[in-house]
Write a protein that binds this ligand. Structure first.
Ligand code: HEC
Length: 397
């Protein structure tokens, strides 16, 4: 491996690690505050201006938190703001997008069988879609529709499906799903950066000036907070789903994404209800719906469109030529591909017996899925994939 390639692997790992650590911090804090808000109880002998308190025990210590109905008379200098988790999750995520998908656009972002575009075009589409996606989302929240939460939710759901369909038409399967995740993640981080924190700042300013803060600051911040709350779990599922070939190569990604959003949102709804102390019987429907949507996603992902060709009895020679054309540039003892000095994942197909040895992985990557050849660089056709599958089945018989 060249030094540059090795360095970029480590940088990729470092960014991914940071992204996960900081993301856990953000999500953890958000889960905690949702719980905290619901767990507050009015008690006797509370301090003036306090609307409720919570008692907790954790790690051997006892904690007592008070929430002010509006705000205390004065603010301490060391007020914690909880914003860097959100900002840095986005920054590290965007860094990963650049390193993985922009730098290696030909391998990961573009699939010539989907749309034959140049890296600069793919990257421009990516950047423009994230920017316009935010402008549309933000505009909707500010418009009169923003006053009708259910209507807004339905429209946003439609936008997520439309974005998935759009990305599926221009990017590789993996690139498409990661962009749906990036789009929603951008809404969430920008909600914190552009709306929630600025509104909290305005509220804090009026308090320091001895004025009552405009209640609209709180309401607007709360709307975006609620969106973030419901989008957290679906976005996580979207981020990891790009590693599952069966999902990323599916024809109806928008259906799967829709079901994932419903499933994740319903799990969050269930947890919210549970935190609020609701009885299991009263909230079980949301868990049921989450499971139903998940099962539906699994079912849909099993439905495949047939390539329409009738192939039987595939010869070894045919497979040899398919593998020669599509795999061995990378997967060989001495790869000829410019990016690889060693066979990726240590898998070499110089001998067809190796193809049989890795039959299950090959099917997942190249027959049912379309992750391999990487970036579908040499435009492997669905007929060739079908032949490969039939041949592998023949070897097993
Ligand atoms: C342009 C280079 C390239 C070509 C061409 C290519 N691969 Fe790969 N392959 C890779 C890379 C890189 C990895 C490691 C991917 C990863 O870990 O994300 C990989 C990994 C794999 C794996 C292991 C996946 C796993 O982790 O289970 C299989 C199986 C595979 N390829 C099969 C194929 C087959 C079959 C073909 C031809 C139809 C093919 N590859 C063509 C680059 C390539």
């Amino acid at each position: 491996m060249s030094n540059i390639a090795l360095l970029s692997e480590w940088l990729n790992l470092l960014l991914r690690w940071s992204h996960i650590i900081i993301g856990i911090g953000w999500i953890g804090a958000s889960f905690y505050f949702v719980w905290l808000d619901i767990a507050l109880r009015a008690r006797e002998k509370m301090n003036p201006g306090v609307s409720g308190t919570v008692w907790m025990v954790h790690g051997g210590g006892f904690y007592h938190v008070e929430k002010y109905a509006v705000a205390p008379d004065t603010l301490p200098p060391d007020l914690h703001w909880f914003k860097w988790e959100a900002y840095l999750t986005w920054v590290t995520g965007f860094g990963l997008l650049i390193l993985q998908y922009y730098v290696n656009a030909k391998s990961y972002l573009i699939d010539p069988a989907v749309m034959a575009i140049e890296p600069w075009q793919a990257i421009s589409i990516s950047l423009a879609s994230l920017l316009f996606g935010w402008l549309i989302y933000d505009g909707l929240c500010r418009s009169p529709i923003g006053k009708k939460p259910m209507l807004l939710a339905a429209i946003l759901f439609g936008i997520i499906l439309a974005a998935t369909a759009f990305y599926s038409e221009v990017f590789s399967g993996r690139g498409a799903l990661i962009h749906v995740g990036a789009l929603i993640g951008t809404w969430m981080a920008a909600n914190v950066f552009m709306v929630i924190i600025p509104r909290q700042n305005l509220a804090a300013k009026s308090l320091l000036a001895g004025e009552a803060p405009d209640p609209s600051h709180g309401q607007i911040a709360k709307q975006r907070s609620l969106h973030n709350n419901y989008l957290t779990l679906p976005v996580l599922l979207m981020m990891v789903s790009s590693h599952y070939p069966g999902l990323i190569s599916h024809h109806w990604k928008w259906v799967i994404v829709g079901l994932i959003v419903i499933s994740g949102g319903m799990v969050r709804h269930f947890i919210n209800g549970h935190d609020a102390g609701k009885k299991f019987g009263a909230i079980a429907w949301s868990l049921g719906l989450a499971i139903l949507a998940f099962v539906a996603a699994v079912t849909v992902s099993g439905l495949r469109l047939n390539s329409g060709t009738d192939v039987t009895g595939v010869s070894d020679q045919e497979i040899q030529s398919i593998v020669d054309r599509h795999c061995v540039a990378c997967h060989a003892a001495a790869p000829t591909h410019e990016f690889f000095e060693e066979a990726p994942a240590g898998i070499q197909f110089d001998d067809l017996a190796e193809l049989v040895r890795f039959a299950e992985q090959v099917k997942v990557q190249s027959v049912t899925g379309q992750t391999m050849p990487l970036g579908n660089e040499n435009a492997m056709t669905s007929e060739e994939r079908e032949k490969l599958g039939i041949w592998l089945d023949q070897q097993a018989d």
